[in-house]
Design a protein around this ligand. Structure first.
Ligand code: HEM
Length: 400
């Protein structure tokens, strides 16, 4: 049934996916690919088909249920981290997904983000105060990661003293560490979060944990297993993505000085600028997997049951049939309907928080260091070899 020959992607793909996508898009809207990890999938590179895949109810997201298990036995190895901490809304179908999502949307609503904005500004300012003098810094390490880490940990309700260890458990889980180390990190995370539940049961606090533990409007509550995985989803969904977006935004500014000059002249342009970076070089490369549970027609191909379907967000956001001059940054695009946050029922519930964080991080950085510049040749920058993240390994910046 899988009639298309397999396109093997090499490690070079991670350094310049746009070149690979450009060539793929010319050949068709969907491609049978094998990633360097050995995972095989159908990769969608066209905007309209991506929207269909994001909304097609016949494609399942159940990684920890039968659809995900069948895909594994077909040799389509997907990274499956330890459940229960990782068996969360991103890997669920309705109706379970609908219930979890309603709760997440409320906990991350625009009003919650607005109320939290002064704290986000303070976190950015404190980190800028702590930058080591004028000179060169790895801005991802000294600013973007601690900024997104502190913001989400504080919103959730993790004590400042515990944050380094806490974030360590998360990053170990998604790292290339050996399985026993990952299991230990997942178990430590779970035990820590359970302790927080017990504390909040005694006395609720003004934080996201207490909000998630409270009964919803219909009186329904999340059980402990759902709570642990919800917190994990929110943390994993936000830590690297927001830091990556801040990094890519700064990279775009320092490599396109005309844009830097425009933002310096008018900081009010920052939100439109970030929106365009989300399209042009978002922190996400490929969205999470979907599984076929029956043969489906996709972009002229018949894809068999038990296969993985992926949307290359970085490719569809540069689809020339949808965006004029897709490879250029243009803050004044009239309709910037990019798919960086996905589309349909799994669309990112953290989009409002991500946009606010990026706006604050960039505005505060530019106010403090208007003359910042790239400290290395752009050709020397390296990207993480990740399917999900489009994030630099390091971003050496001269703060000026
Ligand atoms: C620049 C930052 C971000 C980007 C580019 C991003 C991207 C995405 C995308 C593409 C999806 C949909 C995945 C799919 O359908 O396969 C998603 C889902 C999700 N994101 Fe984000 N995200 C960002 C920030 C955040 C933040 C700040 C949070 C939490 C505070 C968050 C939490 C989640 C969760 C929980 C889901 C699963 C939603 C569901 O399954 O219904 N994300 N994100």
């Amino acid at each position: 049934m899988t009639t298309q020959s397999i396109h093997k992607l090499s490690e070079d793909f991670f350094q310049d996916p746009h070149a690979v996508y450009r060539e793929m898009r010319e050949r068709g809207p969907v491609h049978h690919v094998e990633f360097p990890s050995g995972m095989r999938a159908w990769l969608v590179t066209e905007y309209d088909l991506a929207k269909r895949v994001f909304t097609d109810p016949s494609l399942s997201k159940r990684l920890y249920g039968e659809p995900g298990a069948v895909a594994q036995t077909n040799g389509n190895t997907v990274l499956r981290l330890d459940p229960p901490v990782n068996d969360h809304m991103l890997y669920r179908d309705p109706p379970h997904h609908t219930r979890l999502r309603r709760i997440a949307m409320k906990a991350l609503s625009g009003a919650v983000v607005r109320d939290f904005t002064p704290r986000i500004e303070q976190i950015a300012d404190d980190l800028l105060d702590a930058q080591p003098g004028p000179g060169t810094v790895d801005l991802l390490k000294t600013y973007a990661y601690p900024f997104s880490g502190s913001t989400i940990c504080e919103l959730i309700g993790i004590d400042a003293a515990d944050r380094t260890e806490f974030q360590g458990w998360l990053t170990t889980q998604i790292s290339t560490a050996e399985a026993p180390e990952k299991h230990a990190a997942a178990a430590a995370f779970e035990a820590y979060v359970h302790r927080l539940f017990e504390e909040r049961e005694e006395k609720a606090a003004d934080d996201l944990i207490s909000e998630l533990m409270a009964p919803g409007d219909d009186g329904e509550r999340l059980d402990r297993r759902e709570l642990v995985s919800m917190i994990n989803a929110i943390l994993l969904g936000s830590l690297g993505t927001v830091a990556g977006l801040v990094g890519n935004t700064v990279l775009t500014l320092v490599t396109q000085p005309r844009l830097l000059a425009e933002l310096r002249r008018d900081p009010g342009l920052v939100p439109a600028f970030i929106e365009e970076v989300l399209r042009y070089e978002s922190a996400g490369n490929i969205a999470s997997p979907r599984f076929t549970t029956e043969p489906v027609r996709l972009g002229g191909h018949t894809v068999g049951s038990g296969e993985i379907v992926l949307v290359a967000a970085a490719a569809v956001n540069r689809d020339p049939h949808h965006f004029e001059q897709p490879h250029a940054m243009d803050m004044s695009r009239p309709e910037n309907r990019h798919l960086a946050f996905g589309y349909g029922i799994h669309r990112c519930p953290g989009a409002a928080l991500a946009r606010t964080e990026a706006r604050i991080a960039v505005t505060r950085l530019l106010a403090r260091h208007p003359d910042l510049s790239l400290a290395v040749d752009p050709g020397d920058l390296r990207w993480q070899p990740s399917l999900i993240a489009r994030t630099l390994v390091a971003l050496p910046i001269r703060l000026g």
